[in-house]
Design a protein around this ligand. Sequence first.
Ligand SMILES: NC(=O)c1ccc[n+]([C@@H]2O[C@H](COP(=O)([O-])OP(=O)(O)OC[C@H]3O[C@@H](n4cnc5c(N)ncnc54)[C@H](O)[C@@H]3O)[C@@H](O)[C@H]2O)c1
Length: 280
Amino acid sequence: MTSRPFGASLERADGWGGAVTARARFDGQVVVVTGGASGIGEAISTAFADEGARVVIADIQDELAQALAEKLPGATPLHLDVSDPDAVDQAFEAVLASHGAVNVVANNAGINDKRAPLHETDNANWRRVTSVDGDGFFYVLRAGIRALLASGGGAIVNTASTAGLVGVPFISPYTYAKAGVVALTRTAAYEYAGSNIRVNAVAPGTTLTALMKSYAASGGDGEAYLKIAENSNPIPGWTLPEDIANAVLFLASDEARRITGHTLPVEGGQMTLGVIQRGN
Ligand SMILES: NC(=O)c1ccc[n+]([C@@H]2O[C@H](COP(=O)([O-])OP(=O)(O)OC[C@H]3O[C@@H](n4cnc5c(N)ncnc54)[C@H](O)[C@@H]3O)[C@@H](O)[C@H]2O)c1
């Protein structure tokens, strides 16, 4: 497959003497999506593939990654546990060797945990969540930047959370890690702004995925919780994985060429309240 320069667009005549830009902003580009096999990551992988990217679906769920890759033209599954620093380094080296470049990294893999007040949060709980959402996020960011430097530049879009922007009760490790994602997004953006690398983040609000359902169930009456969460934002209804994917693609695209270091909430207006209201 031929590659076009980063951010180039396809143009065709519209029959009226003008040009129409087709939605293929990532034609031929190599995009690594961590946690790319389900939920928000699945929507991100699908959206990039729809716009011509060669997507590497990096996930611990091999069967889901394989099944999704079979549906998406040019996609490849890759087993990756982001909490293993050596595995992350090797994965990016392998993608550089097999695909010739890495143009975009969607640093998206993440887990949540059972809800508990801070003083009842045990060490194992803390380490489990921070090893993926904190350490794993950092390992992918670091290896992703090395791969982009070797490829002449590109874009990274991290998946933070509104829980990294305001206080959310009973998920201390998660809020700690996601606030770190917001902070490192700024720092990395500054460090690599002169190297043709942009680093941004999306902050999903409550989004209907497997992670959200298991989080809701961990607190008792999951169905009641989901009902409250569904319409707790100024824009009624659920934020969907596709809504997050749309923002990720915008931030990764050349349309956002002057945007770096920012975290974009995608949450139905939740942040206008300055607080997350979940009825818990
Ligand atoms: N769903 C929400 O409401 C919500 C809100 C804010 C932020 N987020 C964030 O969005 C991201 C995606 O969450 P989701 O809701 O799609 O969850 P999900 O559970 O549906 O998907 C997460 C994916 O990450 C993969 N994964 C988990 N641990 C991994 C590891 N160690 N290495 C590699 N892959 C791993 C899983 O296998 C899964 O495919 C996460 O970073 C999450 O924190 C989600």
